[in-house]
Design a protein around this ligand. Sequence first.
Ligand code: URP
Ligand code: ZN
Ligand code: ZN
Length: 457
Amino acid sequence: MMDLIIKNGTIITATDTYQGDIAVKDGKIALIGQDLSDVEAKEVIDASGKYVLPGALDAHTHLEMPFGGTTSADSYEAGTRAAACGGVTTVFDFVIQRKGQGLIEAVEARRKLCEPQACVDYAFHTAITDLRPEILEELADSVEYGVPSFKVFTVYKKEGMMVEDGVFTKLLQKSKEVGALIGVHAENPDQIDQRTEEFLAEGKTSAWYHYMSRPEFVEAEAVKRAIHWAKSFDAPLYIVHLACKDGLDEVTRARDEGYEIYAETCPHYLHFTSDVYKREDGRNFVCSPPIKGKESQDALWEGIKRGDIATIATDHCPFQSHEKDWGKDDFTKIPNGCMGVENLYPYMLDAANRGRITFNKAVELCSTNVAKIFGCAPQKGTIAPGSDADIVIYDPNKKFVISKDNMHSDIDHTIWEGVELTGYPVMTFSRGKLVFKDGEFLGTPGHGQFVKRKGRK
Ligand code: URP
Ligand code: ZN
Ligand code: ZN
């Protein structure tokens, strides 16, 4: 006896589109067939006219993260609730190693916080801020533990998160030995500091100067240098939240030369341009790297089509309006980060609905590639027998206008306000459990489980 059968839907994976029925048992996909009418199940859902997709994996979130003089405003519960309602069935949250902390110690502290709250499954990347010799040795233990991906920041010096080239290059070299993947937030910190100082001295304090203090070339230089180091050590590299054309061109060049370089971009870089920083509410869009000009936006879409952008993730790191308001008269006081975990899959599927990319491509970018790159395929990221029953039923005809009132996180505004989508998830299953239906969250905190991932060896 199966727990659930989803019948008559159009199943879409990264590679295939076909009519079929899916049977679920004990949280896993047990069977897929053209007609499972003869199979008994406790519950049958008719998905006629709907698309049946693997749940998305958001490779980049910052939930209840101390940052920017406060803590990002979505708790693990609120963030994973919003995730479920946007068809995201696994979030990858960033653990920030504090000075003196061990890697596994840092992960376990966050895991303890997350576990009772998580409404969908979760994995962690660790941002390394304090690379002592014993930490370099602990890398292998972390891979074994199930956290085989790490990140470095080339910025955020005053937050104690920035690392020097020596740390980055040591990690790249070690990553090959232990089967880890290093990610990088790449912007040039000295340029940012210098330009910021000049703007403030000139009384240029609006949100526009957040963008002007870290424009295209400031990001591009750091991306190019990061790729240079990865190539020098022939180590794989994952560039998080890539937002600029010249950086992407370097990714393309390196990939054409055969290097294992992965680029992630975010929906806000694909939808908005730097003009948002001229708006009255420009501070709400302040994130780093900032949203760039139209030339970069167009290049990112081209990079998606070429296959040089591997994943789309959200960098979900929201702050409440009153916190964003700290920077009304001084852009340096605006906590950096925007929301998006609930918008990722609907936005990219809308792009597919409009014919900008295929549905298979949307699934590849938001789900399959993330699982493959970060070591949890085929448990996650596809619809196949044996995979977790993380399934989204998507109505391609449903009209949806994004508003803070129909979002499910704890944030009092959304940068996506008023954006119109054609097509929207109508059901999300997390390991076979219905966690979202027709606009309503049906999940439970504590349901989400830690995803123990494999290293690259
Ligand atoms: O502005 C951002 N992106 N905030 C979150 C931290 C980071 O840099 O990813
Ligand atoms: Zn970042
Ligand atoms: Zn981030």
